[in-house]
Ligand binder design. Sequence first.
Ligand SMILES: Cc1cc2nc3c(=O)[nH]c(=O)nc-3n(C[C@H](O)[C@H](O)[C@H](O)COP(=O)(O)OP(=O)(O)OC[C@H]3O[C@@H](n4cnc5c(N)ncnc54)[C@H](O)[C@@H]3O)c2cc1C
Length: 391
Amino acid sequence: MYDQKISFENTEVAYASLSDKELKKAYWLFKMMSIQWLVNIGNSMITLCLKLNLPIQGIIKNTVFSHFCGGESLDESISLISRLKQNNIEVLLNYSVEGLEDAKGYQDTYEKTLNAIHFAKENPSVRAMCVKFTGYAHTDIWIKLQQNKELSAAERHEYLQAKSYIDKLCSEAVACDVHLYIDAEESWFQDSIDTLVDEMMEKYNQEDAYIFNTYQLYRNDKMEDFKKAHQRAMEKGYILGAKIVRGAYVEKENKYYQALGAKSPINDTKEASDKEFDDAVRYAVEHIATISLCCASHNEASNKLYFELLTQNNIVLNHKHVNSSQLLGMSDNITYNLSAMGMSTAKYMPFGPVKEVIPYLIRRAQENTSVEGQTSRELLLLEKEGKRRGI
Ligand SMILES: Cc1cc2nc3c(=O)[nH]c(=O)nc-3n(C[C@H](O)[C@H](O)[C@H](O)COP(=O)(O)OP(=O)(O)OC[C@H]3O[C@@H](n4cnc5c(N)ncnc54)[C@H](O)[C@@H]3O)c2cc1C
């Protein structure tokens, strides 16, 4: 146990669950996504075809959707959940329908999420449900709350309804022994999300961490916030649930503050974000008894650090406060190799109707085109495994 080493190079382990056909398909997909102009044209064409009601959903379902998503429904996702379970990999489910900004849409998201929590109770390898608070009330409301502006009567009603949905989801999560991970969003309303998550953690994490906030370490103020959240948990006697990420909105954040002529809270360099993230890993491992940590990252160095700190400190790799998660369809070399060493891992698995999940898929395609080195890393590993299999 003491001071074990981890390597993410073993492609036999990484792609153990992919057939030759699936391996080739994954390679082809990443090859396509590595071509910037193709992704740009592809994204515009998909949007246009959907507007014109052209029947492209079948093609999408058999390509990007099947690579990055569990299925259109929970039932459809079961076979993939079972396959991951065979490799001791758990699942973080997300009902990935976005932009339903009205009462009916919020109610639908609530009902689908509640249903998924109940599904998780029956399928214990579903570790958590992931939710975005903007799926329950309009973004403008979260912004106003952060700015301490008064809400109109209708907004107040919408907020209270959202809070009641969220409270019910938290209490059901505890009753069903499922975690609820709250996504971090843009900095101009993140404080109002944090306030509500802290309230829910205080209420529901007394016995153990069920409710998790997300800390974006690409922000220069988040390491401090993370420590303060931990202090608060200690003072009030609950366990801090923490999902740590670097953060998904670098460009959007920088543009927003540039337009205001203000300084962006995003770190000046990638290296600074890496350092903050790794500091958060170190801090959480030091306080493992009172922080439950989901290290949500595709960064090999950060995952290696997490793994090595655990082994150096003689903390069992499947400790209930330990988890490393990656998106379905990405960085299998990290998830599967960590899991093979006995570490608690999970895949973030979106589900929902193909048409509704398209914004998520477009983001994945863009990310895999723009993230320096990510696509070439995936391609290299898939190529290596293809050669090993002689296909
Ligand atoms: C399970 C899971 C859940 C997630 N949940 C959320 C969430 O709730 N909210 C959210 O915002 N994101 C979320 N993400 C996305 C995450 O924030 C990252 O965008 C993504 O994982 C890439 O970062 P990385 O740690 O994998 O590694 P890397 O590929 O090493 O890092 C890329 C990241 O570094 C940061 N970065 C890049 N360039 C710079 C720069 N010049 N200056 C400063 N920082 C820079 C950015 O955050 C960028 O995304 C989630 C990811 C996973 C796997």
